[in-house]
Design a protein around this ligand. Structure first.
Ligand code: NAP
Length: 273
């Protein structure tokens, strides 16, 4: 069965839109985009389109590549203090002269709709409710829940340990009582770990999942997105090979990507809670 992120994301966005229409004041999301990276521009544009769809006010602040770290940090401080602004998101990656950690840490945890600040990450790690869960893992959990995939007690393999996907994904699966194995570039016998899993979540950016699965109800979630040698968008999973033996699989495109945006809009609408 295909885990159809596109149609589930439409459902989530409809729920968000309904909720936003009842709020006393419109949420206002500020998206800071630095430089001219074409991929970042597309991501930011997609976020703006989604915000429009659900009735969330969004402002894109496009700053030059040459901006100093100090000016950027001051801008974030200004937005933190502006009561009209309810969510702040800094599009990554940042130019090399800017320290990503300093920037992320500068965002108020209560406006951190990406869920990347140390306070939100720490809350998740110690079992407290964060103000916001990171959009991609939260979107994946929404997708699994929509298909009623049991997480409790499942053997879950997360491939990738980035701060934005792999680590929070592992934490969120643990919170739901899965038994989680986190794999990375030093992991030995990756294939044997993948094959025997109930749930595989791959966030690498390389064609890494290419084996038949042992369990016929296994669930494969492909987070990866990159261009193949023909310039086509593809994911981490060899779809044809893996889908012949798995129970559920998310496609690329049309899987995790739209869920990430919907989950971000869900966060952006949550600000008054
Ligand atoms: P990242 O920061 O580059 O992390 C990649 C991870 O993959 C690292 O932890 C790395 O291990 C691991 N890795 C690399 N080669 C490996 C190998 N041969 N075996 C096992 N693990 C390996 O990437 P990211 O930001 O998490 O993103 C991962 C992918 O997801 C990218 O394609 C990105 O475009 C995509 N993505 C998609 C969405 C979406 O909404 N669809 C959202 C976010 C990201 P080490 O830590 O040991 O280096």
């Amino acid at each position: 069965m295909i885990l159809d992120g596109k149609s589930v994301s439409i459902k989530v966005l409809e729920l968000v839109r309904d909720k936003v229409s009842t709020l006393p004041k419109l949420p206002h999301l500020v998206v800071i985009l630095i430089g001219d990276d074409p991929a970042s521009k597309i991501y930011v544009k997609n976020k703006q389109i989604a915000a429009q769809k659900v009735g969330i006010k969004s402002t894109i602040i496009n700053l030059p590549d040459s901006i100093s770290e100090e000016i950027l940090l001051n801008k974030i401080k200004e937005y933190n203090e502006d009561s009209d602004i309810t969510g702040i998101l800094v599009q990554l990656p940042l130019p090399v002269h800017i320290d990503k950690n300093k920037v992320v840490t500068a965002i108020s945890p209560k406006k951190d709709v990406d869920g990347f600040t140390p306070e939100n990450v720490g809350r998740l790690a110690i079992g407290l409710e964060p103000y916001f869960y990171p959009a991609t893992p939260q979107g994946i959990i929404m997708l699994l829940d929509e298909y009623k995939i049991p997480i409790e007690g499942a053997d879950a393999v997360v491939i990738g340990r980035s701060n934005i996907v792999g680590k929070p994904m592992a934490q969120m699966l643990l919170k739901r009582n899965a038994t989680v194995t986190v794999c990375h570039s030093y992991t030995k016998n990756l294939e044997s770990k993948i094959k025997t899993a109930d749930i595989v979540i791959s966030a690498v950016g390389n064609k890494i999942v290419r084996c038949k699965m042992d369990k016929k109800n296994s669930v494969i979630v492909d987070v990866g997105i990159f261009k193949d040698s023909n310039g086509r968008l593809t994911g981490d999973v060899d779809f044809d090979l893996v889908s012949s033996s798995a129970g559920y699989i998310s496609p690329v495109p049309g899987g995790v990507g739209p869920m990430t945006i919907a989950s971000l809009m869900y966060n952006a609408s949550k600000v008054y809670e």
